[in-house]
Design a protein around this ligand. Structure first.
Ligand SMILES: Cc1ncc(COP(=O)(O)O)c(C=O)c1O
Length: 461
């Protein structure tokens, strides 16, 4: 995008004078490659936040269905977390990548809630990409094998170490001429809505079974199934596909991947960075499939709003490294660990997850009601407070309503509702309120969407 195009977008936006002034200053000093204008026509400038609400620099209120991309699980500026951060900052803010009481406490808690039987241990990082890089490094070191298998459409970060595992076409050209981490193979991600034979197709569970079958023979670069040898360290997947558009696969998906991993001696790593920590109504999204992974990557919500990530998993894998095998200056930061300890106490407190599921059901019912009324809604994915909405022009052909989805997003911003738009066909709404969202906020969201769908249908007919 050229700077003049960005200026013209700002000029034509519905924002007020103060916002426009700040937005112009923003593009004067920050690279246009930053994600704001990638995800929004023009993003609002948010100055403050409270609970499930964000406020822009002109005081306009927005319903927060972004939750800072799944970071603000307990709402924005949660008072308890703020208090904990202040208290911790008076004791210890930072101590390099070394042990301190909050970090030791958090590692123990993460092991306790991992759901992986036997002895567990933890590696800390700062970002989600850190956790993924650490997990694939340890998997390759442990197995002595190079390849990582992942799903089409998965998002695992955009650093050099993770980009090869991420299917975001729009970003790959920016890595030219060096290729990011390419010892990677991809398999189909199944979803119940679109079938392989549809005019606008998608993968189903049989597509994955075909991949599974190829591993049994010689027609693949990953295994020699006939002689039972392979070059794959691990299968790395998002249990639900988040950045791609909030897609929930059939429960069989992870079960088949676990079968493949067991059959060929590969590790199974789940990326719970976006769909974990209560988002799906269980601690981890993988739990819905009743399988056990070998390693879990977590980040986003774990630091209670501060940067933190971790790999949790089988002790025999994570403890194979010798002292000093990995380090990151800011990893396991004291403030973030203190906030993380509070987050886990809250997620495991009596009734918390039940409330997430009640809220999720309430929201899902509201969206199903909207679906009966507005034919633009083709499909609703929902599990706990993890929700994706697919927009179509025609319910029979499932023709993606991609331009309409942009219109819906922009109108929602105007009416005070923020969410991310995604989808393989650019036609999905990703709706992620904080886990402690109030029913009246969910109601307000449904009311706004009702009006927005009505206006969108009128506009395009
Ligand atoms: C599932 C998943 N994995 C990994 C990442 C990378 O995390 P980060 O942006 O903190 O590096 C993200 C970020 O959105 C994600 O959603």
């Amino acid at each position: 995008m050229k700077i003049n195009e960005a200026r013209s977008k700002i000029r034509n936006s519905h924002f007020g004078k103060k916002s426009k002034k700040l937005l112009n200053e923003w593009i004067n000093h920050e690279s246009l490659g930053s994600v704001g204008m990638g995800l929004f026509e023009v993003p609002p400038v948010i100055e403050s936040a409270k609970g499930s609400y964000l406020y822009d620099c002109e005081g306009k209120e927005y319903l927060d269905f972004l939750s800072g991309f799944s970071v603000s699980a307990l709402g924005n500026n949660n008072e308890e977390i703020t208090k904990i951060i202040i208290e911790q900052s008076q004791k210890l803010t930072h101590y390099f990548d070394f042990p301190h009481p909050e970090r030791i406490k958090l590692a123990k808690k993460l092991c306790e809630i991992s759901g992986i039987k036997g002895k567990n241990s933890v590696i800390f990082g700062v970002t989600g990409s850190d956790a993924i890089e650490l997990a694939i490094r340890v998997a390759r070191y442990f197995t002595g094998k190079p390849y990582i298998l992942t799903a089409h459409g998965d998002y695992h970060g955009v650093t050099y170490g993770t980009m090869g595992l991420t299917t975001k076409g729009g970003m790959h050209p920016y890595f030219h001429p060096a290729r990011p981490n390419m010892d990677v193979g991809y398999f189909p991600f199944p979803h119940p809505y679109r079938k392989p034979n549809d005019k606008y197709p998608g993968y189903d569970i049989n597509s994955l079974k075909i991949f599974q079958q190829t591993l049994e023979g010689k027609e693949t670069v990953y295994t020699d199934g006939l002689n039972n040898v392979n070059n794959v360290a691990a299968i790395l997947v998002e249990p639900f596909q988040s950045s791609a558009g909030y897609y929930i696969p059939p429960k069989e998906y992870l079960q088949i991947l676990r079968e493949i991993a067991d059959r060929h001696g590969m590790l199974l790593i789940v990326d719970e960075i976006q769909n974990g920590l209560g988002r799906s109504g269980k601690m981890w999204a993988y739990e819905h499939s009743k399988i056990e992974p070998d390693l879990i990557c977590t980040s986003k919500a774990i630091g209670g709003g501060l940067p933190l990530s971790a790999v949790i998993g089988r002790k025999n894998i994570l403890s194979k490294w010798k002292p000093g095998a990995y380090v990151s200056t800011q990893a396991g930061n004291a403030l973030a660990c203190a906030a993380g300890n509070y987050l886990i106490d809250k997620l495991t407190s009596k009734g918390f997850m039940q409330q997430v599921n009640r809220s999720g059901k309430y929201f899902f019912n509201g969206l199903k009601e909207l679906q009966r009324k507005h034919s633009i809604i083709g499909y609703v994915d929902n599990c706990g407070l993890y929700t994706g909405v697919e927009l179509v022009r025609n319910r029979k052909t499932k023709e993606p309503a991609d331009i309409e989805a942009n219109y819906v997003r922009d109108l929602c911003v105007e009416k005070g509702l923020l969410f991310e738009k995604g989808g393989y066909y650019q036609n999905r709404m990703q709706l992620i309120p904080p886990l402690n969202v109030e029913t009246k906020t969910l109601e307000k969201c449904i009311e706004i969407l009702d009006r927005v769908f009505e206006e969108t249908t009128k506009h395009f007919n």
